[in-house]
Design a protein around this ligand. Sequence first.
Ligand SMILES: [Zn+2]
Ligand SMILES: [Zn+2]
Length: 465
Amino acid sequence: MIAKKVIGLPLKGLRLAMKSGDTLIQHAGTQALRVKTWLDTSKSKTDDAADTQFATTSGYKNVNAASNDEGIDPLELEFQKSPINLVPAIFLIATPIAAAVITPWYLMTHQVSAPVWGVFGAFMVWTGISITAGYHRLLSHRAYKAHPLVKNFLLLGSTLAVQGSAFDWVSGHRTHHRHVDDRIEDPYSAQRGFFFSHIGWMLRNYPSGRFDYKNIPDLTKDKVLQIQHKYYGLWVLATNVAMVAAVGWLIGDVWGTLILAGLLRLVLTHHFTFFINSLCHMFGTRPYTDTNSARDNFFLAIFTWGEGYHNYHHFFQYDYRNGVKWWQYDPTKWLIVGLSKLGLTSELRTVDDTTIKHAEVQMQFKKAQQQIDNATANGLDIPHAMKSFQDRIKFEYDAFTQTVEEWQALKAKTIELKKTEFADRLHEVEETLKQDYAKVEQKILAHNSNLKNAFRSIGQSPKAA
Ligand SMILES: [Zn+2]
Ligand SMILES: [Zn+2]
Protein backbone atom coordinates (compact mmCIF):
# COMPACT_ATOMS: atom_id res chain seq x y z
CA MET A 1 0.00 0.00 0.00
CA ILE A 2 2.87 2.31 0.88
CA ALA A 3 4.43 1.52 -2.48
CA LYS A 4 1.23 2.51 -4.23
CA LYS A 5 1.48 5.92 -2.59
CA VAL A 6 5.16 6.25 -3.42
CA ILE A 7 4.75 5.37 -7.07
CA GLY A 8 1.19 6.59 -7.42
CA LEU A 9 0.85 5.09 -10.86
CA PRO A 10 -2.17 2.91 -11.17
CA LEU A 11 -5.24 5.01 -11.74
CA LYS A 12 -3.97 7.98 -13.64
CA GLY A 13 -2.10 5.74 -16.02
CA LEU A 14 -5.00 3.40 -16.42
CA ARG A 15 -7.30 6.24 -17.36
CA LEU A 16 -4.97 7.14 -20.19
CA ALA A 17 -4.89 3.53 -21.32
CA MET A 18 -8.66 3.48 -21.32
CA LYS A 19 -8.76 6.55 -23.49
CA SER A 20 -6.39 5.09 -26.01
CA GLY A 21 -8.09 1.73 -26.04
CA ASP A 22 -11.62 0.53 -26.23
CA THR A 23 -13.93 2.82 -24.32
CA LEU A 24 -16.59 0.13 -24.31
CA ILE A 25 -14.58 -1.65 -21.67
CA GLN A 26 -15.39 1.17 -19.29
CA HIS A 27 -19.05 0.50 -19.95
CA ALA A 28 -18.56 -3.20 -19.30
CA GLY A 29 -16.87 -2.38 -16.02
CA THR A 30 -19.76 -0.15 -15.03
CA GLN A 31 -22.21 -2.92 -15.88
CA ALA A 32 -20.34 -5.42 -13.75
CA LEU A 33 -20.22 -2.95 -10.90
CA ARG A 34 -23.93 -2.27 -11.25
CA VAL A 35 -24.78 -5.95 -10.92
CA LYS A 36 -22.36 -6.44 -8.04
CA THR A 37 -23.73 -3.44 -6.18
CA TRP A 38 -27.24 -4.64 -6.77
CA LEU A 39 -26.40 -8.12 -5.52
CA ASP A 40 -24.94 -6.68 -2.33
CA THR A 41 -28.04 -4.59 -1.81
CA SER A 42 -30.26 -7.58 -2.42
CA LYS A 43 -28.37 -9.70 0.10
CA SER A 44 -28.66 -7.17 2.87
CA LYS A 45 -32.40 -6.81 2.18
CA THR A 46 -32.32 -3.30 3.54
CA ASP A 47 -33.51 -1.47 0.50
CA ASP A 48 -36.60 -3.21 -0.83
CA ALA A 49 -37.91 -0.07 -2.48
CA ALA A 50 -34.81 0.32 -4.60
CA ASP A 51 -34.97 -3.35 -5.58
CA THR A 52 -38.57 -3.03 -6.71
CA GLN A 53 -37.80 0.04 -8.74
CA PHE A 54 -34.87 -1.70 -10.43
CA ALA A 55 -36.98 -4.75 -11.14
CA THR A 56 -39.80 -2.70 -12.57
CA THR A 57 -37.55 -0.77 -14.90
CA SER A 58 -35.90 -4.01 -15.99
CA GLY A 59 -39.21 -5.75 -16.59
CA TYR A 60 -38.64 -8.37 -13.91
CA LYS A 61 -41.16 -7.26 -11.33
CA ASN A 62 -42.89 -10.60 -10.74
CA VAL A 63 -39.70 -12.58 -10.49
CA ASN A 64 -38.25 -9.99 -8.15
CA ALA A 65 -41.24 -10.17 -5.83
CA ALA A 66 -40.79 -13.92 -5.56
CA SER A 67 -37.06 -13.78 -5.15
CA ASN A 68 -36.79 -11.13 -2.48
CA ASP A 69 -37.72 -13.76 0.06
CA GLU A 70 -35.03 -16.11 -1.24
CA GLY A 71 -32.40 -13.41 -1.62
CA ILE A 72 -31.58 -14.39 -5.22
CA ASP A 73 -31.00 -11.88 -7.95
CA PRO A 74 -34.16 -11.94 -10.13
CA LEU A 75 -32.06 -11.82 -13.26
CA GLU A 76 -30.07 -14.79 -12.02
CA LEU A 77 -33.30 -16.59 -11.22
CA GLU A 78 -34.55 -16.04 -14.75
CA PHE A 79 -31.22 -17.37 -16.00
CA GLN A 80 -31.57 -20.54 -13.98
CA LYS A 81 -35.12 -21.10 -15.20
CA SER A 82 -34.31 -20.61 -18.88
CA PRO A 83 -35.99 -23.22 -21.08
CA ILE A 84 -34.03 -25.67 -23.23
CA ASN A 85 -33.21 -24.40 -26.71
CA LEU A 86 -34.37 -27.62 -28.31
CA VAL A 87 -33.12 -27.60 -31.91
CA PRO A 88 -29.65 -26.11 -31.23
CA ALA A 89 -29.27 -28.32 -28.11
CA ILE A 90 -30.01 -31.53 -30.02
CA PHE A 91 -27.78 -30.45 -32.88
CA LEU A 92 -24.86 -29.43 -30.66
CA ILE A 93 -25.01 -32.61 -28.60
CA ALA A 94 -25.77 -35.06 -31.40
CA THR A 95 -23.15 -33.92 -33.93
CA PRO A 96 -20.04 -34.49 -31.70
CA ILE A 97 -21.40 -37.89 -30.60
CA ALA A 98 -22.11 -38.85 -34.20
CA ALA A 99 -18.65 -37.67 -35.30
CA ALA A 100 -16.94 -39.54 -32.44
CA VAL A 101 -18.73 -42.79 -33.33
CA ILE A 102 -19.04 -42.68 -37.13
CA THR A 103 -15.62 -41.22 -38.07
CA PRO A 104 -13.42 -43.95 -36.47
CA TRP A 105 -15.77 -46.68 -37.69
CA TYR A 106 -15.69 -45.29 -41.24
CA LEU A 107 -11.90 -44.88 -41.25
CA MET A 108 -11.41 -48.46 -40.02
CA THR A 109 -13.77 -50.02 -42.53
CA HIS A 110 -13.23 -47.88 -45.63
CA GLN A 111 -10.32 -46.64 -47.70
CA VAL A 112 -10.42 -42.84 -47.82
CA SER A 113 -8.90 -41.32 -50.95
CA ALA A 114 -6.52 -38.35 -51.01
CA PRO A 115 -9.07 -36.07 -52.74
CA VAL A 116 -11.52 -36.66 -49.87
CA TRP A 117 -8.85 -35.66 -47.33
CA GLY A 118 -8.05 -32.68 -49.57
CA VAL A 119 -11.68 -31.54 -49.54
CA PHE A 120 -11.80 -32.07 -45.76
CA GLY A 121 -8.73 -29.81 -45.35
CA ALA A 122 -10.00 -27.20 -47.77
CA PHE A 123 -13.40 -27.07 -46.07
CA MET A 124 -11.74 -26.80 -42.64
CA VAL A 125 -9.81 -23.73 -43.84
CA TRP A 126 -12.75 -22.22 -45.71
CA THR A 127 -15.21 -22.63 -42.84
CA GLY A 128 -12.82 -21.53 -40.09
CA ILE A 129 -11.47 -18.49 -41.89
CA SER A 130 -14.94 -17.48 -43.06
CA ILE A 131 -15.98 -17.11 -39.44
CA THR A 132 -12.87 -15.18 -38.43
CA ALA A 133 -12.46 -12.99 -41.53
CA GLY A 134 -16.17 -12.84 -42.39
CA TYR A 135 -18.60 -12.95 -39.48
CA HIS A 136 -16.02 -11.64 -37.03
CA ARG A 137 -13.60 -9.08 -38.44
CA LEU A 138 -15.64 -7.93 -41.46
CA LEU A 139 -19.24 -7.99 -40.25
CA SER A 140 -18.94 -7.65 -36.46
CA HIS A 141 -16.11 -5.12 -36.32
CA ARG A 142 -16.05 -3.53 -39.78
CA ALA A 143 -12.27 -3.85 -39.57
CA TYR A 144 -11.93 -3.67 -43.36
CA LYS A 145 -13.99 -3.45 -46.53
CA ALA A 146 -14.40 -6.42 -48.86
CA HIS A 147 -15.30 -6.84 -52.54
CA PRO A 148 -18.75 -8.50 -52.86
CA LEU A 149 -17.02 -11.61 -54.23
CA VAL A 150 -14.98 -11.97 -51.04
CA LYS A 151 -17.86 -11.02 -48.78
CA ASN A 152 -20.20 -13.59 -50.34
CA PHE A 153 -17.55 -16.31 -50.38
CA LEU A 154 -16.96 -15.74 -46.66
CA LEU A 155 -20.69 -15.61 -46.04
CA LEU A 156 -21.13 -18.99 -47.73
CA GLY A 157 -18.28 -20.43 -45.64
CA SER A 158 -19.84 -18.98 -42.48
CA THR A 159 -23.16 -20.60 -43.39
CA LEU A 160 -21.31 -23.89 -43.86
CA ALA A 161 -20.01 -23.43 -40.29
CA VAL A 162 -23.55 -23.60 -38.85
CA GLN A 163 -23.02 -20.95 -36.19
CA GLY A 164 -26.27 -19.07 -36.71
CA SER A 165 -27.20 -16.39 -39.22
CA ALA A 166 -24.97 -13.33 -39.57
CA PHE A 167 -27.66 -11.30 -37.73
CA ASP A 168 -27.55 -13.60 -34.70
CA TRP A 169 -23.80 -14.12 -34.66
CA VAL A 170 -22.86 -10.46 -35.04
CA SER A 171 -25.53 -9.16 -32.67
CA GLY A 172 -24.36 -11.62 -30.00
CA HIS A 173 -20.72 -10.82 -30.60
CA ARG A 174 -21.19 -7.06 -30.36
CA THR A 175 -23.08 -7.62 -27.10
CA HIS A 176 -20.18 -9.78 -25.88
CA HIS A 177 -17.73 -6.91 -26.49
CA ARG A 178 -20.04 -4.33 -24.98
CA HIS A 179 -20.75 -6.28 -21.80
CA VAL A 180 -17.72 -8.57 -21.62
CA ASP A 181 -17.63 -10.65 -18.40
CA ASP A 182 -20.99 -9.37 -17.20
CA ARG A 183 -22.76 -12.47 -15.82
CA ILE A 184 -26.15 -11.18 -16.88
CA GLU A 185 -25.55 -9.36 -20.16
CA ASP A 186 -22.56 -11.04 -21.83
CA PRO A 187 -24.16 -13.87 -23.88
CA TYR A 188 -21.13 -16.12 -23.32
CA SER A 189 -19.74 -14.69 -20.11
CA ALA A 190 -16.56 -16.48 -19.05
CA GLN A 191 -17.51 -15.60 -15.47
CA ARG A 192 -20.01 -18.49 -15.64
CA GLY A 193 -17.23 -20.97 -16.26
CA PHE A 194 -15.81 -23.04 -19.10
CA PHE A 195 -18.90 -25.06 -19.99
CA PHE A 196 -21.25 -22.09 -20.20
CA SER A 197 -18.92 -19.90 -22.24
CA HIS A 198 -17.95 -22.78 -24.54
CA ILE A 199 -21.30 -24.32 -25.41
CA GLY A 200 -23.74 -24.06 -22.48
CA TRP A 201 -24.93 -20.60 -23.47
CA MET A 202 -26.52 -22.05 -26.64
CA LEU A 203 -28.25 -25.02 -25.00
CA ARG A 204 -30.88 -22.96 -23.23
CA ASN A 205 -32.81 -19.88 -24.22
CA TYR A 206 -31.01 -17.56 -21.80
CA PRO A 207 -32.14 -13.90 -21.59
CA SER A 208 -28.65 -12.79 -22.65
CA GLY A 209 -28.91 -14.95 -25.75
CA ARG A 210 -32.03 -13.23 -27.10
CA PHE A 211 -30.93 -10.67 -29.62
CA ASP A 212 -33.10 -7.78 -30.76
CA TYR A 213 -30.77 -6.71 -33.60
CA LYS A 214 -30.73 -3.09 -32.42
CA ASN A 215 -26.94 -3.24 -32.43
CA ILE A 216 -26.68 -4.33 -36.06
CA PRO A 217 -28.45 -1.57 -38.07
CA ASP A 218 -25.66 -1.80 -40.65
CA LEU A 219 -26.47 -5.47 -41.25
CA THR A 220 -30.25 -5.52 -41.15
CA LYS A 221 -30.47 -3.34 -44.26
CA ASP A 222 -28.18 -5.63 -46.25
CA LYS A 223 -30.31 -7.58 -48.77
CA VAL A 224 -27.97 -10.59 -49.00
CA LEU A 225 -27.81 -10.94 -45.23
CA GLN A 226 -31.60 -10.63 -45.02
CA ILE A 227 -31.94 -13.59 -47.38
CA GLN A 228 -29.39 -15.61 -45.42
CA HIS A 229 -31.28 -14.91 -42.19
CA LYS A 230 -34.75 -15.57 -43.59
CA TYR A 231 -33.90 -18.92 -45.19
CA TYR A 232 -31.10 -19.87 -42.80
CA GLY A 233 -32.25 -23.49 -42.28
CA LEU A 234 -32.42 -24.07 -46.02
CA TRP A 235 -28.99 -22.53 -46.53
CA VAL A 236 -27.53 -24.80 -43.86
CA LEU A 237 -28.93 -27.89 -45.57
CA ALA A 238 -27.93 -26.67 -49.03
CA THR A 239 -24.31 -26.07 -47.98
CA ASN A 240 -23.73 -28.87 -45.47
CA VAL A 241 -25.63 -31.65 -47.21
CA ALA A 242 -26.30 -30.83 -50.88
CA MET A 243 -23.04 -29.00 -51.61
CA VAL A 244 -20.83 -31.43 -49.64
CA ALA A 245 -22.56 -34.43 -51.29
CA ALA A 246 -22.17 -32.84 -54.72
CA VAL A 247 -18.43 -32.34 -54.15
CA GLY A 248 -18.25 -35.96 -52.90
CA TRP A 249 -19.96 -37.15 -56.06
CA LEU A 250 -17.47 -35.19 -58.17
CA ILE A 251 -14.50 -36.84 -56.45
CA GLY A 252 -16.17 -40.27 -56.40
CA ASP A 253 -16.91 -40.76 -52.68
CA VAL A 254 -20.17 -39.23 -51.48
CA TRP A 255 -20.29 -40.91 -48.04
CA GLY A 256 -16.61 -40.36 -47.24
CA THR A 257 -16.93 -36.66 -48.11
CA LEU A 258 -20.15 -36.29 -46.11
CA ILE A 259 -18.58 -37.88 -43.04
CA LEU A 260 -15.20 -36.14 -43.14
CA ALA A 261 -15.73 -32.83 -44.96
CA GLY A 262 -19.30 -32.64 -43.67
CA LEU A 263 -19.72 -34.00 -40.16
CA LEU A 264 -16.17 -34.14 -38.76
CA ARG A 265 -15.24 -30.76 -40.24
CA LEU A 266 -18.41 -29.21 -38.79
CA VAL A 267 -17.77 -30.47 -35.27
CA LEU A 268 -14.08 -29.49 -35.27
CA THR A 269 -14.83 -26.00 -36.60
CA HIS A 270 -17.57 -25.57 -34.02
CA HIS A 271 -15.33 -26.30 -31.08
CA PHE A 272 -12.32 -24.42 -32.43
CA THR A 273 -14.52 -21.32 -32.66
CA PHE A 274 -16.04 -22.01 -29.22
CA PHE A 275 -12.51 -22.04 -27.76
CA ILE A 276 -12.38 -18.29 -28.41
CA ASN A 277 -15.24 -17.68 -25.99
CA SER A 278 -14.09 -20.19 -23.40
CA LEU A 279 -10.34 -20.93 -23.30
CA CYS A 280 -9.30 -17.54 -24.73
CA HIS A 281 -10.96 -15.98 -21.69
CA MET A 282 -9.19 -18.36 -19.30
CA PHE A 283 -5.62 -19.21 -20.31
CA GLY A 284 -2.87 -16.93 -21.55
CA THR A 285 -1.36 -13.53 -20.92
CA ARG A 286 -2.87 -10.08 -20.67
CA PRO A 287 -0.31 -7.74 -22.25
CA TYR A 288 -2.73 -4.92 -23.12
CA THR A 289 -5.44 -4.80 -20.47
CA ASP A 290 -6.61 -6.60 -17.36
CA THR A 291 -10.00 -4.89 -17.32
CA ASN A 292 -11.53 -8.07 -18.76
CA SER A 293 -10.78 -11.79 -18.84
CA ALA A 294 -9.63 -12.03 -22.49
CA ARG A 295 -6.18 -13.62 -22.93
CA ASP A 296 -3.50 -13.82 -25.61
CA ASN A 297 -2.60 -17.44 -26.30
CA PHE A 298 -0.39 -18.65 -29.15
CA PHE A 299 -1.55 -22.29 -28.96
CA LEU A 300 -5.17 -21.27 -29.23
CA ALA A 301 -4.29 -18.99 -32.16
CA ILE A 302 -3.28 -22.14 -34.08
CA PHE A 303 -6.75 -23.66 -33.75
CA THR A 304 -8.63 -20.40 -34.16
CA TRP A 305 -6.98 -18.98 -37.28
CA GLY A 306 -5.26 -16.23 -35.32
CA GLU A 307 -8.07 -15.30 -32.96
CA GLY A 308 -6.11 -16.61 -29.97
CA TYR A 309 -4.70 -13.12 -29.44
CA HIS A 310 -7.91 -12.25 -27.74
CA ASN A 311 -6.57 -9.80 -25.14
CA TYR A 312 -5.37 -7.49 -27.90
CA HIS A 313 -8.63 -7.96 -29.73
CA HIS A 314 -10.77 -6.98 -26.76
CA PHE A 315 -8.77 -3.82 -26.24
CA PHE A 316 -8.45 -2.78 -29.88
CA GLN A 317 -11.41 -4.52 -31.43
CA TYR A 318 -11.53 -2.52 -34.67
CA ASP A 319 -8.03 -3.56 -35.75
CA TYR A 320 -8.16 -6.05 -38.62
CA ARG A 321 -5.30 -7.89 -36.91
CA ASN A 322 -5.67 -9.98 -33.76
CA GLY A 323 -2.04 -11.09 -33.69
CA VAL A 324 -0.77 -7.54 -34.05
CA LYS A 325 2.96 -8.26 -34.13
CA TRP A 326 4.29 -9.28 -37.53
CA TRP A 327 5.53 -12.62 -36.20
CA GLN A 328 2.31 -13.55 -34.41
CA TYR A 329 0.44 -16.44 -36.04
CA ASP A 330 -2.68 -14.88 -37.51
CA PRO A 331 -3.57 -16.41 -40.90
CA THR A 332 -6.78 -14.36 -40.99
CA LYS A 333 -4.78 -11.12 -40.98
CA TRP A 334 -2.46 -12.50 -43.67
CA LEU A 335 -5.46 -13.39 -45.82
CA ILE A 336 -6.98 -9.91 -45.43
CA VAL A 337 -3.66 -8.24 -46.26
CA GLY A 338 -3.06 -10.63 -49.18
CA LEU A 339 -6.47 -9.87 -50.65
CA SER A 340 -5.81 -6.13 -50.28
CA LYS A 341 -2.81 -6.51 -52.61
CA LEU A 342 -5.22 -7.90 -55.20
CA GLY A 343 -7.65 -5.04 -54.61
CA LEU A 344 -10.26 -7.38 -53.12
CA THR A 345 -10.16 -5.88 -49.62
CA SER A 346 -9.53 -2.26 -48.65
CA GLU A 347 -9.54 0.29 -45.83
CA LEU A 348 -7.84 -2.09 -43.40
CA ARG A 349 -8.17 -0.48 -39.97
CA THR A 350 -5.25 -0.51 -37.57
CA VAL A 351 -4.26 1.01 -34.26
CA ASP A 352 -1.04 3.02 -34.41
CA ASP A 353 2.09 1.47 -32.93
CA THR A 354 2.57 4.13 -30.24
CA THR A 355 -0.92 3.56 -28.83
CA ILE A 356 -0.38 -0.20 -28.79
CA LYS A 357 3.02 0.09 -27.10
CA HIS A 358 1.60 2.62 -24.64
CA ALA A 359 -1.06 0.09 -23.57
CA GLU A 360 1.63 -2.58 -23.12
CA VAL A 361 3.80 -0.29 -21.01
CA GLN A 362 0.78 0.65 -18.87
CA MET A 363 0.18 -3.03 -18.15
CA GLN A 364 3.85 -3.56 -17.31
CA PHE A 365 3.71 -0.75 -14.76
CA LYS A 366 0.58 -2.30 -13.33
CA LYS A 367 2.30 -5.66 -12.99
CA ALA A 368 5.33 -3.96 -11.41
CA GLN A 369 3.01 -2.32 -8.92
CA GLN A 370 1.52 -5.71 -8.02
CA GLN A 371 5.00 -7.18 -7.53
CA ILE A 372 5.95 -4.33 -5.20
CA ASP A 373 2.64 -4.57 -3.31
CA ASN A 374 3.15 -8.32 -2.81
CA ALA A 375 6.71 -7.82 -1.60
CA THR A 376 5.77 -5.05 0.82
CA ALA A 377 2.46 -6.53 2.00
CA ASN A 378 3.88 -8.32 5.05
CA GLY A 379 5.62 -5.18 6.31
CA LEU A 380 8.96 -6.96 6.77
CA ASP A 381 12.21 -5.79 5.20
CA ILE A 382 12.00 -6.30 1.48
CA PRO A 383 14.95 -7.92 -0.34
CA HIS A 384 17.58 -5.63 -1.83
CA ALA A 385 16.76 -6.66 -5.43
CA MET A 386 13.13 -5.73 -4.88
CA LYS A 387 14.07 -2.41 -3.30
CA SER A 388 16.14 -1.48 -6.30
CA PHE A 389 13.35 -2.73 -8.61
CA GLN A 390 10.98 -0.38 -6.80
CA ASP A 391 13.36 2.56 -7.28
CA ARG A 392 13.81 1.78 -10.97
CA ILE A 393 10.07 1.54 -11.49
CA LYS A 394 9.44 4.83 -9.73
CA PHE A 395 12.09 6.59 -11.80
CA GLU A 396 10.75 5.06 -15.02
CA TYR A 397 7.17 5.92 -14.18
CA ASP A 398 8.00 9.60 -13.64
CA ALA A 399 9.75 9.66 -17.01
CA PHE A 400 6.86 7.79 -18.64
CA THR A 401 4.31 10.27 -17.28
CA GLN A 402 6.32 13.04 -18.89
CA THR A 403 6.39 11.20 -22.23
CA VAL A 404 2.65 10.67 -22.12
CA GLU A 405 2.12 14.36 -21.41
CA GLU A 406 4.28 15.24 -24.42
CA TRP A 407 2.27 12.82 -26.52
CA GLN A 408 -1.07 14.25 -25.39
CA ALA A 409 0.17 17.79 -26.13
CA LEU A 410 1.24 16.67 -29.59
CA LYS A 411 -2.17 15.15 -30.27
CA ALA A 412 -3.89 18.34 -29.11
CA LYS A 413 -1.61 20.37 -31.38
CA THR A 414 -2.44 18.13 -34.36
CA ILE A 415 -6.17 18.51 -33.76
CA GLU A 416 -5.75 22.28 -33.53
CA LEU A 417 -3.81 22.36 -36.80
CA LYS A 418 -6.43 20.29 -38.55
CA LYS A 419 -9.07 22.93 -37.86
CA THR A 420 -10.06 24.81 -41.00
CA GLU A 421 -8.04 27.96 -40.48
CA PHE A 422 -4.82 25.94 -40.16
CA ALA A 423 -5.64 23.18 -42.62
CA ASP A 424 -3.83 24.76 -45.56
CA ARG A 425 -0.68 25.05 -43.47
CA LEU A 426 -0.81 21.45 -42.35
CA HIS A 427 1.49 20.16 -45.07
CA GLU A 428 4.17 22.64 -43.97
CA VAL A 429 4.24 21.29 -40.44
CA GLU A 430 3.43 17.67 -41.26
CA GLU A 431 7.08 16.64 -41.44
CA THR A 432 7.87 18.24 -38.07
CA LEU A 433 4.82 16.59 -36.52
CA LYS A 434 5.87 13.24 -37.93
CA GLN A 435 9.31 13.64 -36.37
CA ASP A 436 7.78 14.64 -33.02
CA TYR A 437 5.52 11.57 -33.07
CA ALA A 438 8.50 9.38 -33.94
CA LYS A 439 10.38 10.82 -30.94
CA VAL A 440 7.48 9.99 -28.62
CA GLU A 441 7.33 6.48 -30.05
CA GLN A 442 11.06 6.01 -29.46
CA LYS A 443 10.67 7.16 -25.87
CA ILE A 444 7.82 4.73 -25.23
CA LEU A 445 9.89 1.93 -26.75
CA ALA A 446 12.74 2.89 -24.41
CA HIS A 447 10.40 2.76 -21.39
CA ASN A 448 9.29 -0.67 -22.57
CA SER A 449 12.83 -1.96 -22.79
CA ASN A 450 13.83 -0.42 -19.42
CA LEU A 451 10.83 -2.10 -17.79
CA LYS A 452 11.74 -5.45 -19.33
CA ASN A 453 15.24 -5.12 -17.88
CA ALA A 454 13.85 -4.19 -14.48
CA PHE A 455 11.62 -7.29 -14.50
CA ARG A 456 14.58 -9.42 -15.55
CA SER A 457 16.50 -8.16 -12.50
CA ILE A 458 13.92 -9.81 -10.23
CA GLY A 459 13.61 -12.92 -12.42
CA GLN A 460 10.12 -12.11 -13.71
CA SER A 461 8.40 -11.68 -17.06
CA PRO A 462 6.69 -8.32 -17.66
CA LYS A 463 3.58 -10.03 -19.07
CA ALA A 464 0.56 -10.13 -16.77
CA ALA A 465 -1.24 -13.46 -16.53
ZN1 LIG B 1 -14.15 -12.46 -26.05
ZN1 LIG C 1 -14.62 -9.49 -31.61
